[in-house]
Design a protein around this ligand. Structure first.
Ligand SMILES: C[S@@+](CC[C@H](N)C(=O)[O-])C[C@H]1O[C@@H](n2cnc3c(N)ncnc32)[C@H](O)[C@@H]1O
Length: 266
């Protein structure tokens, strides 16, 4: 892994719970921290407040919040469709590997569907992202949330439970999959940073400066096919050459969507 950029850690008020949260961050592998008094101002900052942890770099701010997952959960619980679920075909009791965790929206939807009898593991190559998202998932139940409708309340409660069931690991999926036993995970999912970025307006934008951008490699897909029991799924830009290059068959549908899903059914 590359040498991490030092990040200045601070809590917004002298509060024992916030200090404990700060100490937890200090122990996360792969990250490098400096204390607030040593910050040279140019360093990024991780601010821990009662509202959660926020990563700040210049004007850019990144925090965990399951906004997108909540909208999708409301729709799913009302019986609506979700293209990620159409592609992954996840069922209660499945084991699901989200090999590109990012902001964990897909992992949350996965955990919602596989339920308590299933298992979700999310891999993230960026140590600071892995730490911020793990912290956010762990503390989701403490996030204040006002639901005006019953649907929204139910979806929020389901997501809080789903969040507590996601295991997060800071690792490169390439290394992880090369060491995984064959036929040990039901569904493996890749949603890498797109080869050509067009996501200016979506919620993934603040992720850019912290995330890993290298393309998915063929050997990793080969390993995923060896490890998966049911299927391997790739999400990419519409018309992306990645589906062809990596051997995925396009799932039909999503005519009006900017993304496509590719499948390798085992
Ligand atoms: C587009 S985001 C995923 C978004 C995610 N599906 C969601 O719902 O929020 C891609 C993420 O994969 C991570 N990533 C890229 N290559 C990786 C690798 N080799 N191993 C683990 N994570 C990787 C990036 O750092 C980034 O956070």
């Amino acid at each position: 892994m590359d040498q991490p950029i030092p990040i200045c850690l601070r809590v917004t008020q002298p509060d024992i719970e916030l200090w404990e949260r700060l100490q937890w961050f200090r122990q996360q592998p792969g990250c490098s921290w400096v204390d607030q008094q040593n910050n040279l101002r140019s360093l990024p900052e991780l601010k821990i407040s009662r509202r959660g942890a926020e990563l700040i770099l210049g004007k850019s701010r990144l925090a965990f919040h399951p906004n997108m997952a909540l909208i999708r959960a409301i729709n799913i619980l009302r019986g609506g469709s979700d293209r990620f679920l159409d592609a992954t075909q996840l069922k209660a009791g499945d084991s699901f590997l989200d090999a590109t965790l990012g902001l964990a929206s897909d992992a949350l939807i996965g955990a919602l569907v596989v339920g308590e009898s299933g298992h979700v593991l999310g891999l993230e190559k960026s140590p600071i992202l892995a730490a911020v998202i793990q912290d956010g998932l762990k503390h989701l139940s403490e996030t204040s949330f006002q639901a005006r409708t019953e649907h929204k309340k139910k979806a929020w409660t389901s997501l809080v439970h789903a969040a507590s069931r996601i295991d997060v690991r800071w690792t490169d999926h390439k290394e992880f999959l090369s060491r995984c036993p064959s036929k040990s995970i039901d569904v493996i999912y890749f949603d890498p940073m797109f080869r050509r970025t067009f996501r200016e307006s979506d919620g993934i934008q603040p992720l850019h400066q912290w995330s890993e951008h290298s393309p998915l490699d063929r050997q990793t897909v080969k390993d995923a096919c060896r490890v998966a029991r049911k299927r391997v799924v790739l999400k990419e830009r519409k018309d992306s050459g990645e589906f062809n290059r990596l051997g995925f068959k396009l799932m039909s549908g999503g005519r009006y969507s900017s993304v496509d899903y590719g499948l390798i059914i085992i």
